[in-house]
Design a protein around this ligand. Structure first.
Ligand code: URP
Ligand code: ZN
Length: 459
């Protein structure tokens, strides 16, 4: 049988392990796996790893935030995804209250659809819980957004939800097969510590970390878990940064609570000493980067199952935007770039670093996010019938990270100078080669909006 394209000679990787096989594609899907498959076109993958394109389920492209708009738009952000071996991202449609969430979805799709170079979905950001929102939940889920984000923080941004709202949303969304993700930080405690710091005339960027001690996250996560349990809801923890919270999530999982957690490469590889540098404000994100002991526990959590997803929280602000802080830590645009480096950093520091096997990397970057976010087995899998979203990865290619070589729209990289071994060389999106020899060869609009399935049974 002749296929459209056969990737020959590589090692196919899944959560079940590694195997030598050809991968055959017909149209947009994986059509066969085996030996001596023939295609109209072939790609030689000798010496390379072949795995599903990664999913980054946490990005904020062209987000109006902190008085500016994040510098990676849907074009540069999704190109950065493609060259980094990421073929699906999930961004956010955040409700601009009092307008509805569905209005935010329409606006976000109008921004994204003409630009995206890989496939994408949207989480529904709820900033105002009331009877209209409750009534809107089934429609939002039917539109392909079964996952929500609520902010336990960002009062001044007008995004914060209180505990009652969170409880009600956990209850309501789970009735319709949805899940609520939280940005979990204790807003009152942070604001109080910030006022105290400012009274003492402490405003440098290290104060960003000082006024967000670990308890500000771990308390909020413990609270969200209690609420999810009481509401019989499904809970996802975005960007978890602390060891204490990892312990709390692990304990909750053991108690049978439906909670799932994500962390990101910046929490694993960067620590709060960086705030003492002159460019320390480049590293400010919420929650903040922490201490080596937290990093250790997060790595353990990734290996032992407490943390199920690695995602980047890409929210790029260039140095001009970051300079808006003018010496006051409260004015730093919070966020940093990351999507382009998700796969190479995970491979080098996770797999080569001996933290977890390659099969676990595929769970963390491909299979778990697809399963948790209503995209399995279409995405995150190389089984027959799945979308032919493929990363061909050179495990021996050594690169020293420099922002100058990256596609992302940023004039620095938080990971500048870090040496990695292992880099994506070719990326396919639904059977089409969009990155060849590390260069983007796709086109804007080639990606498509993914209407995702409910993430569980109605209950
Ligand atoms: O500081 C961050 N993380 N910026 C992006 C918005 C968010 O909270 O996820
Ligand atoms: Zn957040």
């Amino acid at each position: 049988m002749n296929y459209d394209l056969v990737i020959k000679g590589g090692t196919v990787v899944s959560s079940r392990g590694e195997t030598r096989a050809d991968v055959a594609i017909r149209g947009e899907q994986i059509a066969a796996m085996g030996f001596d498959l023939e295609g109209t076109e072939t790609i030689d993958a000798t010496g390379k790893l072949i795995f599903p394109g990664a999913l980054d389920v946490h990005t904020h492209f062209q987000l109006p935030f902190c008085g500016t708009v994040s510098a990676d738009d849907f074009l540069s952000g999704s190109q950065a995804a493609a060259v980094g071996g990421v073929t699906t991202f999930i961004d956010f449609a955040i409700q601009a209250k009092p307008a509805s969430v569905m209005e935010a979805v329409a606006a976000r799709r109008a921004e994204a659809d003409p630009k995206v170079c890989v496939d994408y979905g949207l989480h529904a950001g709820i900033t105002e819980w009331n009877q209209n929102r409750r009534a809107e939940i089934p429609e939002i889920i039917r539109a392909g957004l079964p996952t929500f984000k609520m902010f336990m923080i960002y009062r001044s941004q007008g995004w914060q939800s209180n505990d009652g709202d969170l409880y009600a949303a956990l209850r309501e969304t789970s009735k319709h097969g949805g899940m609520v993700g939280v940005h979990a930080e204790n807003n009152d405690l942070i604001e109080s510590l910030q006022s105290e710091a400012v009274r003492e005339q402490l405003t440098g960027c290290y104060v960003h970390a000082l006024t967000r001690p670990t308890v500000t996250e771990s308390e909020a996560i413990a609270r969200a878990i209690r609420l999810a349990d009481a509401a019989d809801g499904r809970l996802y923890i975005f960007h978890m940064s602390t060891g204490e919270a990892t312990d709390a999530v692990e304990e909750a999982i053991l108690r049978g609570i439906d909670v799932h957690a994500e962390t990101g490469p910046h929490y694993l590889l960067l620590d709060d000493e960086l705030f003492k540098r002159e460019d320390g404000h480049h590293y400010a994100t919420c929650p903040p980067i922490r201490k080596p002991a937290d990093q250790e526990r997060l790595w353990e959590g990734l290996a032992d199952g407490a943390i199920e997803v690695l995602a980047t929280d890409t929210c790029t602000f260039n140095s001009e935007q970051k300079a808006m802080w003018q010496g006051d830590f409260r004015k730093i645009p919070f966020g940093m770039p990351g999507i382009e480096l998700l796969v190479p950093l995970t491979y080098t520091h996770g797999v080569r670093g001996g933290r977890f096997p390659l099969s676990r990397m595929i769970e963390l970057l491909c299979e778990n996010p697809a399963k948790l976010f209503g995209l399995w087995p279409r995405k995150g899998s190389l089984r027959v019938g799945s979308d032919a979203d493929i990363c061909i990865f050179d495990p021996e290619l050594s690169v020293t990270i420099s922002y100058k070589d990256l596609v992302t729209h940023c004039d620095y990289s938080p990971f500048e100078g870090i040496a990695v071994t292992g880099w994506p060389v070719t990326t396919l999106l639904r059977g089409a080669v969009i990155v060849r020899d590390r260069r983007f060869v796709g086109r804007p609009g080639q990606g498509t909006f993914l209407a995702r399935e409910p993430v569980g049974q109605a209950r």
